[in-house]
Design a protein around this ligand. Sequence first.
Ligand code: HEC
Length: 157
Amino acid sequence: MKKGSSIRNILKIIVLTIFVAFVGMQFIPATRNESRSMLETDFVKTFDVPFEVQKVLKTSCYDCHSNNTNYPWYNKIQPATWFLEGHITDGKKELNFSEFGSYSRRRQRNKLRSIVSQVKSDEMPLWSYTLIHWDADLSEEQKKLLEDWIRGIEKSL
Ligand code: HEC
């Protein structure tokens, strides 16, 4: 056998193995963070949230910080679902907009402050997420809108 063809064979095996593993992954059952009903404790039911602010939160934050994630087709493909699942678990532990109303006043105030600082410093939404979800990336106007409104709410608490 010539050297060139044996390298080609090894490459073929590698590509085939990756392909089989990728297809196989799709059959492993995945848990999805989905809930049809909105809880009474949801952020948008706890406060009188203007439509524009709701839109920002739902597009940019709710996928990881609520009980309901929107799964576009690319998030239904493994390993994307697993990757997102890790973020959802960690994200909800820190801040769950679906349960915001059940937090104590003190915790609500802390979280509101934390939201402003995370958004201002571009820590949130996670960059690895906006890499694919372009619409989740916040413009300067959206950041300002969110910040101003949240500061107002924080004062009223
Ligand atoms: C891709 C998933 C994802 C998205 C989208 C996302 N977050 Fe997060 N968020 C996380 C994860 C994971 C953590 C916890 C670990 C960390 O801080 O990196 C977190 C932590 C936070 C914290 C810190 C909580 C605390 O008390 O310290 C805040 C506040 C926050 N996110 C707000 C937001 C806001 C506001 C948005 C939308 C503008 C957003 N996040 C979008 C995944 C996400």
